[in-house]
Design a protein around this ligand. Structure first.
Ligand SMILES: Nc1nc2c(ncn2[C@@H]2O[C@H](COP(=O)(O)OP(=O)(O)OP(=O)(O)O)[C@@H](O)[C@H]2O)c(=O)[nH]1
Ligand SMILES: [Mg+2]
Length: 230
């Protein structure tokens, strides 16, 4: 089987019903959801729509990516979060990049033609901090074209690439870890410009300061591990 589309949720009962309607589910032969243990009816909602839902035993975006990859039947896997941030029309574009032979395709909020949630503000703290982490990773490890958004979770990759990267982060930092390891391995990474929309309801679980500290720790660990991280 070629394509898997993995929907990610954790307590998204406000957003998921609105967002799911906009997702082109027929794009992949294999579509299912990975849920972080929602207690608000998200799981029941998704099942009522006929979707297979795999529920994590432990919370975290990293755990979700690992479980999603394990459960996916396709050789290509695109991850899509049902909170409304992600433009569903990019799903097809990410699969196309994988069809073209890329190991990983990232929907970038930072490149020319893209739009970041914070672009309407004068002080764009989260964006700037993200860009600093991205700059450091590119400087330390990237030998290919500059990756502009190493942190966005809206991405697709091949199962083979994921196995080579062997990311082990449990939380939000897994996306950054995957980007770093793709650079270390010299994998082919493509980006497409995306538009980040506001949440379609509900609340964020990514608190800026604790997440920043986790990122610093992960960065340090990747520096210590170096290119032979396995
Ligand atoms: N499967 C799974 N999904 C999760 C988990 N934690 C968060 N998510 C989902 O991942 C997506 C991103 O999480 P958010 O909390 O929105 O983080 P964010 O996008 O940085 O924050 P906002 O800008 O407020 O949207 C959402 O669709 C969440 O439902 C988890 O433990 N497991
Ligand atoms: Mg979000």
């Amino acid at each position: 089987m070629r394509r898997s589309l993995v929907l990610l949720t954790f307590n998204e009962i406000e957003a998921a019903p609105k967002v799911l309607e906009t997702v082109p589910l027929s794009i992949a032969e294999d579509v299912f959801a990975v849920d972080g243990g929602s207690k608000d009816g998200t799981i029941e909602f998704l099942r009522s729509k006929g979707l297979r839902v795999v529920v994590q035993e432990e919370r975290g975006r990293g755990v979700a990516f690992q479980l999603g990859m394990r459960e996916a039947k396709g050789a290509q896997v695109v991850f899509y979060s049902l909170d409304g941030n992600e433009d569903p029309s990019d799903i097809a574009k990410l699969f196309e990049k994988l069809d073209a032979g890329c190991d990983m395709a990232i929907a970038s909020r930072m490149m020319r033609g893209a739009f970041n949630e914070e672009d309407v503000r004068l002080i764009r703290l989260r964006k700037w901090v993200n860009q600093a982490f991205t700059l450091i990773a590119n400087f330390l490890w990237n030998r290919g074209p500059y990756i502009t958004d190493t942190i966005n979770g809206y991405r697709g990759l091949t199962k083979a690439a994921f196995e080579k990267m062997a990311p082990d982060a449990k939380g939000f930092v897994i996306e950054y870890q995957m980007s770093i390891r793709a650079m270390k391995l010299g994998l082919k990474v493509a980006e497409i410009p995306t538009r980040e929309n506001p949440r379609a309801g509900g609340e964020s679980t990514a608190k800026s300061l604790p997440t920043g500290i986790v990122f610093l720790k992960q960065l340090w660990r990747e520096i210590v591990l170096g290119r032979d991280f396995k």
